[in-house]
Design a protein around this ligand. Structure first.
Ligand code: SF4
Ligand code: SF4
Length: 183
């Protein structure tokens, strides 16, 4: 019988833009949590969540800082949802050269949401805690551990080679490869 696959917990935050009123409490607490020393100052420009706001159009989109992008993307998308037109970069999480979002204002270094990593671990990320409108919902889900999946794929691959060429031959080839890598 096969071993049970190892699982890991993936944390994520689901965003409900319809519930966001643009109060920016999430930006304030995130920047305060990441200030040095902790909570010594707050500056939304240093926050790892930013709220794209267009109050006249009733548009408020909380966006989490994601990966750093070296260059601007070539194509941009416009979205119209429920009659509201969202800006080209409204849903983008990248820190990229085309805008100031998600860059540390003094150094220009990219910022990325770290899910409020701390010791001891917080029960819920602070932006979720401070969002009184429930626009941010913390979720944890169990997924297959990637390392475990890769190991299984490797075993399947080796097993099929062993079936085809014989385990002895396969062992000889691996030993040869290992020797040539050392040299
Ligand atoms: S705290 Fe919640 S309601 Fe306020 S801006 Fe952030 S996501 Fe929107
Ligand atoms: S999860 Fe933590 S680090 Fe990420 S945006 Fe929210 S407060 Fe900032």
């Amino acid at each position: 019988m096969k071993d049970e696959k190892k699982k890991k917990i993936v944390k994520s935050i689901r965003i409900n833009v319809d519930k966001c009123n643009g109060c920016r409490a999430c930006e304030v607490v995130c920047s305060a949590f990441h200030s040095n020393p902790k909570y010594s100052s707050n500056n939304p420009a240093r926050s790892r969540i930013r709220v794209i706001r267009d109050p006249l159009a009733d548009i408020f989109v909380p966006v989490y800082a994601g990966e750093y992008a070296v260059a601007e993307c070539a194509g941009r998308d416009k979205y119209t949802i429920d009659g509201k037109e969202y800006d080209e970069c409204a849903f983008c999480r990248a820190s990229c050269p085309s805008r100031d979002l998600f860059k540390e204002p003094d150094s220009g270094l990219p910022l990325k949401c770290d899910m409020c990593e701390s010791d001891p671990t917080l029960e819920r990320p602070l932006c979720v805690e401070w969002c009184l409108n429930d626009a941010l919902i913390f979720e944890e889900r169990e997924v297959d551990d990637e390392d475990d999946v890769k190991q299984e794929e490797l075993e399947i691959g080796l097993e099929s080679l062993a079936n085809k060429y014989g385990i002895q031959k396969l062992a000889e080839i691996i030993a040869k490869m290992s020797e040539s890598k050392k040299g």
